[in-house]
Design a protein around this ligand. Structure first.
Ligand code: KIV
Ligand code: ZN
Length: 388
């Protein structure tokens, strides 16, 4: 088993399923570029068959992104899979992610299918997808609430049909860390060909345990891919938060013993970009990316940190992209300071001309407004005429 943990970001797909978080193609593309800078291994760009807009977003992201694998979700049917393959066509490295519910509840009440029909559909659709691409992920939706015997049967068949990643979703956030970890370990031990695929965890946060469950899936279950979103964005109470899982694995390398490709210094810019784009404010006491995550207010703590930072800090703010730089932008600020702040906010412009245009707008604003906040700068550059 490898000691590398694959980070699969689904901000643009599961994150977007959060009510009120829908994003335009250009917004998604901007976030995808930041995720690439963050060096996530896989970007789930959307659900190509769900709408023309999502199809176009997946297509644009697959064309633009070179260093991360770009993935589209698809229901386990030929139409969805073909649509995903079409949107991903020409991408540097691409993946199709199939899902089909396997819990008794979902099969009977939602799909109105028998277990045998679900088994057959899972097998055939995986084979269909595998004929279109080398990289196929299969998710048994509501996997954690599925009967383990049935799940073993389905998972063994989809591995034989060519699935390269098996993802076990805790779709409704019902799991408990130890139980979820053991659930995955048990599946891996029982399925004869289990080591032919990478095992993945996908946890929702309904009971506030998405990160803990994902970590247990990795440590106890042996999963080597975690599905997560920036700021834990996602349906209902959200998904496993990328910044938390990454910093837990990194800070406690002594315990997990896993390596990551992530450039942690891009975490805070990614968090701010997603927050600004979706309008979902990050709570101040949110781990890693909250405004107070590295603030020390009490006298005793301040004294301790001034004497030795390790007394009350287990991570460095600057390692995750917080800047100690307190330069206040205003009408006297120069182009370099403006450019640096854009970088800190996760905005990289393609050309000098774009920077000049944005800088001119900034100067115009600074003449009218004495205090320029980060939100003003983000709002200014979100204007489509300035950057894509
Ligand atoms: O939560 C879930 O089950 C999902 C699947 C589509 C992977 O998001
Ligand atoms: Zn999900």
């Amino acid at each position: 088993m490898t000691d590398k943990l694959i980070i699969f970001d689904t901000t643009l797909r599961d994150g977007e399923q959060s009510p009120g978080a829908s994003m335009t193609k250009d917004e998604k593309l901007r976030i995808a570029r930041q995720l690439e800078r963050l060096k996530v291994n896989v970007i789930e760009a959307g659900f190509a068959a769900s709408s023309n807009g999502d199809f176009e977003a997946v297509r644009a992201i697959a064309q633009a992104i070179k260093d991360s694998t770009v993935c589209s979700l698809a229901r386990a049917n030929d139409r969805d899979i073909s649509r995903a393959a079409e949107a991903l066509k020409g991408g540097n490295s691409t993946r199709i992610h199939l899902f089909l519910a396997t819990s008794a509840l979902h099969m009977e009440k939602k799909l109105r299918m028998t277990p045998d029909q679900v088994f057959e559909q899972a097998r055939l659709s995986t084979r269909f997808a595998r004929n279109l691409t080398e990289d196929v992920e299969f998710s048994p939706e509501d996997g954690y609430r599925s009967d383990p015997d049935f799940l073993c049967r389905v998972l063994e068949a989809v591995i034989d049909a060519g699935a390269t990643t098996l993802n076990i979703p805790d779709t409704v956030g019902y799991a408990i860390p130890e139980l979820y970890g053991n659930f995955i370990r048990n599946l891996r031990e029982r399925i004869p060909n289990s080591d032919k695929a990478i095992w993945s965890v996908h946890c929702h946060n309904d009971l506030g345990m998405a990160v803990a469950n994902s970590l247990a899936g990795v440590k106890i279950g042996g999963a080597r891919q975690v599905e997560c979103t920036i700021n834990g964005l996602g349906e209902r109470a959200g998904n496993c938060a990328l910044e938390e899982i990454v910093m837990a694995v990194r800070t406690r390398k002594d315990y997990f013993g896993l390596s990551l490709d992530i450039d942690a210094s891009q975490i805070v810019p990614a968090s701010r970009l997603v927050s600004q784009t979706t309008g979902f404010v990050v709570q101040p006491n949110k781990a890693v990316v909250g405004a107070n995550a590295f603030a020390h207010a009490s006298g005793i703590h301040q004294d301790g940190v001034l004497k030795a930072r390790d007394t009350y800090e287990i991570m460095r703010a600057e390692d995750v992209g917080w800047t100690a730089n307190k330069i206040v932008l205003g009408k006297l600020s120069g182009r370099n300071a403006f450019k640096q702040r854009l970088h800190e906010l996760g905005i990289e412009m393609e050309s000098e001309a774009e920077i000049n245009a944005a800088f001119a707008k900034f100067k115009e604003l600074a003449d009218r407004k004495s205090d320029i906040f980060d939100e003003d700068i983000l709002a200014l550059v979100m204007d489509e005429s300035v950057t894509t």
